[in-house]
Design a protein around this ligand. Structure first.
Ligand code: SAM
Length: 279
């Protein structure tokens, strides 16, 4: 009997041609498919002629399902986990199941494929040697701004997912906090008919969205350039102290402008440095 295995199977993020032959073969061969939304996945499985029984495994039942599935795996079944799109566990359920399977000594095998995060990074033109993935930002503006302040200090490319309902508000908050000098990339509807990648300042990207309402539709990955690492060393301690002191009473932009006036340092660099103090 083959060793019981949990397969983590990636599915397309919009283009059915991105389904890998190995993903299809695995889904046909396993005893059971755990799916985030069985009705949604039924269409995908029908398209590829997969008749394996499905069982729901989503955010609200994952703990109980993980127990049941590990029980089935222990008894010798093979199971595949899929999500609605892309790679399971990447802003999708599955972590609890994989953890439980590992703890039970069950073999876990990836069947890799599409992932919006990686597809977006690969075409962004942003540094990819290191990056930080935030998943979804908080829905409420106050919490989102707090998170954006934290992220804005990162010295590496940072990436988050965003939905059609919030993309404009989210970019408006990003502009308010980062100013207009940070390079960002907005990857929309990747692998689909209306795939678009907008790049430039937040101001430029927002203007594109305002000029064409269609640009606000669909699914988004937002990628932001990290703070230049040399920044901190380039500014002397006197200017840093002054900036820190002014930040207690002034908004970031104003504090950076005053210190730039006095010290002669570049205003944008002081602004970016101030963001790192605030984080
Ligand atoms: N597990 C998925 C993956 O591997 O990318 C992500 C699932 S998460 C619930 C869904 C979010 O991923 C969407 O709201 C959007 O931000 C992003 N996303 C998914 N498909 C996308 C696409 N084709 N183009 C751009 N973003 C996409």
């Amino acid at each position: 009997m083959p060793e019981p295995t949990l397969y983590i199977v990636s599915t397309p993020i919009g283009n059915l041609a991105d389904m890998t032959p190995r993903a299809v073969a695995t889904l046909k061969q396993v005893d059971l498919i755990a799916a985030e939304d069985t009705r949604h996945s039924k269409r995908l499985l029908n398209h590829f002629g997969v008749e394996t029984p499905m069982l729901p495994c989503h955010d609200h039942n994952e703990r109980q399902q993980a127990e049941r599935l590990v029980h089935r795996l222990r008894k010798g079944a093979s199971v595949a986990l899929i999500s609605d799109a892309g790679t399971p566990l990447i802003s999708d359920p599955g972590y609890l199941l994989v953890r439980a399977a590992r703890e039970a000594g069950i073999k876990v095998v990836p069947v890799p494929g599409a992932c919006a995060l990686i597809a977006a990074l690969s075409v962004s033109g942003l540094a990819t040697d290191r990056f930080y993935f935030e998943g979804f930002l908080p829905a409420k503006s106050s919490a989102r701004k707090k998170k954006l302040i934290e992220l804005s200090a990162l010295p590496v490319t940072w990436v988050f997912y965003e939905s059609t309902h919030r993309i404009r508000d989210c970019l408006a908050d990003t502009r308010a906090l980062l100013g207009d000098d940070r390079y960002i990339v907005l990857a929309r509807e990747m692998t689909k008919t209306f795939e678009t990648v907008l790049a430039g300042s937040v101001e430029h990207v927002l203007r594109c969205l305002e000029q064409d309402a269609n640009q606000c539709r669909g699914e988004f990955v937002v990628l932001v350039e990290g703070v230049k690492p040399a920044l901190d060393q380039a500014i002397d301690s006197e200017a840093k102290m002054l900036l820190k002191r002014l930040l207690r009473d002034l908004p970031i932009k104003k504090a950076a402008a005053v210190v730039a006036d006095i010290s002669g340092y570049n205003k944008k660099e002081l602004y970016n440095l101030a963001l790192t103090f605030k984080a």
